[in-house]
Design a protein around this ligand. Structure first.
Ligand code: PMP
Ligand code: GLN
Length: 412
């Protein structure tokens, strides 16, 4: 076994998808919409499959299909108020997942330290390890445990964050809106991270796949727009999240040409080029949305509006069931403290080490409702911080959210 794979194990996704296939629960685990994708997006793909231009079924440019990199360049030039060169400042990848991988493999060297904010999207740490880097973890902690808890109540300790940076630090990975908490980082919080990145000459890898899913008038701020941060930030997005087509596995990274070049090299030496029809369809989706960015009909505006209703519905039924949800400001997941239910159920029939794994497996098998155990999103030394929680996904049909609510009623 090569050194870089030592200690690797199948991820929570591989384990919980197998569990869902076996027990067929109502699945609020892995994050994906269970309703039809927007029709204009799927129609575009069908049209492309039948297009008279035969080249749409063949290989396209390795660093990104021209029409797509142009659309991405145009959109973010507008959002960032800075001209982005689609040829060398954008890379199209096989999902945001590959963009993360290319960014980490393309910049982290053996022995480099990478600061990871906990809980974290679970692949960050194994990817750092693959590159030979060393992850340094800092947890977001809830400042409130009673009353209405918002994702804004989960914060980093300023001094602790300052202490993470040193001369070996290569990169910090930021995720806003955050999976699984739903936190949308505020200007002040981003300013502190930016200041430390500049002080210690550190790169910021900003995972912004939920950039359009922000609620209650909160604002998604792109850290690359803060003063002197463009030069040191790689920002990642996902068509799967942006257009509700997670199976399309199409993502991107943008940033300054000298940083993106390293990602292009990793991409070239692993994936090389992504599926042409999917890129063409995503490009057409962006082109349409760019004509109506300020309109309520724009999918980037209608989706969060509809999601917010689902969020509120879920928060209520989790509360009614005796759980304590953290109300997310963004994204499509909700963390809930489930420990009030512990006296009503016996989760010890499950042999797992961590209580959130016991709880989610017991719920899948006995109540027919699946969630994700958040300790999967913590380092070994901090897994206990996730054990009282479960993560549920709320980008689901109303009928399924109602079904989840009914299943939980039985525990009252
Ligand atoms: N980052 C975060 C925070 C995510 O939740 C996801 C969801 N899979 C990804 C990256 C990967 O996105 P994609 O499906 O486009 O690879
Ligand atoms: N981002 C999704 C989630 O967090 C999907 C994760 C995955 O399949 N790797 O649930």
């Amino acid at each position: 076994l090569p050194q870089r794979l030592q200690g690797s194990a199948p991820s929570v996704w591989n384990e919980y998808i197998a569990l869902a296939m076996e027990y067929k629960p109502l699945n609020l685990g892995q994050g994906f919409p269970d309703d039809a994708a927007p029709e204009y997006v799927t129609k575009a793909l069908a049209e492309i499959a039948n297009d008279e231009n035969p080249l749409l079924q063949q290989y396209t440019r390795g660093f990104g299909h021209m029409r797509l990199v142009q659309a991405i360049g145009k959109l973010y030039s507008k959002l960032l108020q800075r001209e982005i060169n689609p040829l060398n400042e954008v890379l199209v990848t096989s999902g945001a997942y590959e963009a993360l991988y290319s960014a980490i493999m393309g910049h982290v060297d053996v022995g480099d330290e990478v600061i990871i904010i906990e809980p974290f999207f679970d692949c960050y740490h194994p990817m750092v390890k693959m590159a030979g880097g060393v992850s340094r973890f800092i947890p977001l902690k809830p400042t409130k445990t009673e009353g209405t808890i918002s994702s804004a109540d989960w914060v980093l300790d300023e001094q602790e964050l300052k202490n993470m940076f040193n001369s070996k630090t290569k990169m910090i990975i930021l995720n806003t809106p955050h999976n699984p908490i739903g936190k949308v980082f505020k200007q002040k919080e981003l300013e502190l991270i930016a200041e430390l990145c500049k002080k210690w000459n550190v790169l910021c890898l900003s995972d912004e796949v939920y950039e359009w899913m922000v609620f209650d008038g909160n604002k998604h701020i792109r850290i690359c727009t803060l003063p002197d941060m463009w030069e040191r930030t790689i920002t990642i997005g996902s068509a799967g999240k942006t257009f509700s087509v997670t199976g399309w596995k199409t993502g991107w990274a943008y940033g300054p040409a000298n940083l993106i070049r390293n990602l292009q090299m990793v991409h070239q030496n692993s994936v090389y080029t992504c599926a042409t029809p999917l890129q063409e369809a995503v490009a057409r989706g962006f082109e349409l949305e760019m004509t109506r960015l300020d309109s309520p009909e724009c999918f980037f505006n209608s989706l969060p509006r509809e999601l917010q209703v689902k969020r509120d519905f879920m928060a209520k039924f989790l509360q009614d069931a005796g759980m304590k949800p953290t109300i997310p400001e963004g994204g499509y997941f909700m963390l809930a403290d489930w420990t009030n239910l512990e006296k009503k159920i016996n989760i010890n029939s499950e042999p797992d080490k961590y209580r959130d794994y016991k709880f989610t497996k017991w719920m899948t098998k006995n109540m027919g409702l699946q969630g994700i155990p958040p300790s999967a999103f913590y380092s070994d030394e901090h897994k206990h911080l996730g054990e009282d929680f479960v993560r549920y996904c709320f980008i689901k049909k109303q009928a399924n959210l109602e079904k989840a609510s009914e299943l939980l009623e039985k525990l009252k």
